[in-house]
Design a protein around this ligand. Structure first.
Ligand SMILES: Nc1ncnc2c1ncn2[C@@H]1O[C@H](COP(=O)(O)OP(=O)(O)OP(=O)(O)O)[C@@H](O)[C@H]1O
Length: 258
């Protein structure tokens, strides 16, 4: 859908400190183009802070490259223009505006002033495509505030799609969702990852098992383990951190037990 090339994310030795406390302590990870990488770890592991560093919200040392571009040191809006899109745990949609208007405003952030000045009666192609992808075409005219919780998350993802984000960083996208909404969200991630790279911060282990293509486990600001879901689940260090002790192969960390 984006039409642009598929890029991967390369994080090298990234550190973030707050008043002497090191929240991210030399993290390196490679997310190949088109991956759905889940970033997990106990509360306070540094997941959100790492994403804050990637998106320019906190100062960091080291290197973060997306495709050919170094992201560290650039302001937030420049990083966004390089195709890095992010959702937060709290919804950022305009509740009183329609689904279509929310997407149109998000798309407008990419448009030239001349294009914006021209009054258009038709729905722009990228907005129509995003409406289909996120499954909200039939709700296009409804106020975003009337959407179900899951639908609001999908609208936010749609807003990233119309901005032509090629790296999606999603913070707990299925928190508070029903089973059906989780399934639909997983299917949406699979669709968008066909021509984008996706990183998901998530505590929901059932969702992870079903939809992660790869997993990085953070603990105390460092990478504790990395690999496929099966490899990470079988790692005694991961079991130790989540459960306090290693478990038999086949068992796995669940939920927010840390
Ligand atoms: N602005 C800040 N100032 C000081 N400390 C901070 C700040 N932001 C985060 N921290 C600390 O950095 C550590 C990592 O926090 P972070 O929110 O990145 O963890 P997390 O893995 O995302 O946790 P959670 O799963 O609870 O969201 C925590 O100890 C947190 O208290």
């Amino acid at each position: 859908m984006s039409g642009d090339r598929l890029d991967g994310l390369s994080v090298r030795d990234v550190r973030v400190s707050f008043d002497g406390f090191t929240a991210v302590d030399g993290v390196s990870l490679e997310v190949p183009a088109g991956d759905i990488r889940f970033l997990i770890g106990p509360n306070g592991a540094g997941k959100t802070t790492l994403v804050d560093a990637i998106t320019g919200l906190v100062r960091a040392t080291g290197s973060v490259r997306f495709g050919d571009h170094e992201l560290l040191g650039r302001p937030v809006h420049r990083i966004s223009r390089l195709g890095i899109g992010r959702t937060f745990q709290t919804s950022a949609v305009f509740e009183e505006l329609s689904v279509l208007q929310n997407l149109d405003i998000a798309a407008g952030a990419r448009r030239s002033l001349a294009t914006l000045a021209r009054r258009r009666r038709e729905v722009p192609d990228e907005v129509a495509a995003a409406l289909e992808t996120i499954g909200l075409a039939e709700r296009a005219g409804h106020p975003a505030g009337t959407l179900a919780h899951g639908q609001k998350q999908w609208l936010e993802i749609g807003m990233l799609l119309v901005q032509d984000a090629r790296l999606l960083l999603l913070d707990e996208p299925v928190a508070g969702m029903s089973h059906e909404e989780r399934d639909a969200t997983g299917a949406l991630l699979e669709t968008v990852s066909q021509d984008r790279t996706v990183v998901v911060i998530e505590h929901d282990m059932d969702f992870l098992r079903r939809f992660a293509r790869s997993v990085t486990v953070l603990h105390a600001g460092r990478v504790l383990s990395e690999g496929t879901v099966a490899q990470v689940q079988a790692d005694p260090r991961v079991q130790e951190v989540y459960l306090g002790h290693p478990v038999d192969a086949g068992s796995a960390p669940t939920g927010r037990e840390a």
